[in-house]
Design a protein around this ligand. Structure first.
Ligand SMILES: Cc1cc2nc3c(=O)[nH]c(=O)nc-3n(C[C@H](O)[C@H](O)[C@H](O)COP(=O)(O)OP(=O)(O)OC[C@H]3O[C@@H](n4cnc5c(N)ncnc54)[C@H](O)[C@@H]3O)c2cc1C
Length: 238
């Protein structure tokens, strides 16, 4: 096979030794013409470069990949020719679950920071944690995170049991990732100026939380999957 094309926003593009590449071997039948290849990233014709500077996730390189007449032997087909779409959709159910779990982790880290700060910061003669409005913010952050965690655990348990769960994965991914941003907002409010300062990890977690709303299918994509399933237009678990 001779592969040509480019793709931006690929995590670890610049440091990967091997890539799984999805390419059309028949572009007339849209996604039914997609094939999956294992490609050595040092192959002739492969070029990579960094993307633009990012808001967060600085420890995780993101790059762009260019393929120009890259020769790939037929034995490097990962599944049968034109069966790439089913493979990529199946793998999304796994990677979307890890995004949900990562977002729950970010939310919990933000809660830990907010609790610690609310107990130690004093205003008007007492710790700010004793003000009911700070407690309300914290309670909301905790309950939403717990709900996100339970959706994520349900999804993980179904995976362990081999149950098809595209719908539940979308619910976990959508809710956990939106929650992380709301929790980040709350944590910033509780820390006041220090939430906005690089002295505390909250501003980094805030920036990291934003990515979860974008990757592994934006919130809109998951809302579409969930609503289309409910309306019977397109069943998610097939
Ligand atoms: C740091 C980082 C790392 C990444 N790593 C990878 C990676 O390793 N591999 C990879 O494949 N991708 C990766 N991505 C890309 C990521 O998956 C996409 O950015 C994401 O899927 C959104 O696509 P987009 O940026 O093209 O947004 P667009 O598709 O342009 O969407 C922009 C907005 O329009 C909305 N929208 C688009 N279409 C519709 C629609 N039909 N209905 C309603 N709303 C719609 C979206 O919800 C969004 O709000 C990465 C991105 C980032 C930022």
């Amino acid at each position: 096979y001779l592969l040509n094309g480019s793709k931006n926003w690929i995590t670890y593009a610049q440091v990967a030794d091997v890539g799984i590449i999805y390419a059309y071997t028949d572009s007339t039948v849209r996604y039914n013409g997609l094939s999956a290849f294992i490609v050595e990233m040092k192959s002739t014709g492969v070029k990579t470069g960094p993307t633009a500077e990012k808001l967060g996730w600085h420890s995780c390189p993101t790059g762009e990949i260019f393929f120009e007449d890259v020769r790939v032997p037929a034995r490097n087909l990962l599944v049968k020719e034109r069966e790439g779409f089913a493979l990529v959709m199946g793998s999304l159910d796994n990677t979307r679950l890890t995004a949900a779990a990562g977002a729950v982790g970010v939310s919990q880290a933000l809660i830990d920071q907010a609790v610690q700060y609310a107990k130690s910061r004093e205003q008007f003669g007492k710790p700010i944690g004793q003000f009911q409005m700070v407690q309300e913010e914290l309670a909301r952050m905790i309950v939403e995170t717990e709900a996100a965690r339970l959706l994520t655990y349900r999804c993980a348990r179904q995976k362990d049991q081999g149950i098809s769960n595209t719908l539940e994965t979308s619910m976990a991914k959508y809710y956990s990732c939106e929650t992380a941003s709301r929790v980040a907002d709350g944590a910033l409010r509780i820390l006041g100026a220090y939430g906005y300062s690089t002295e505390y990890p909250v501003e980094r977690l805030f920036r990291d939380a934003k990515l979860y709303q974008i990757l592994e299918g934006s919130a809109n994509i998951h809302k579409m999957i969930i609503a289309n399933d409910a309306l019977g237009y397109r069943k998610a678990n097939r």
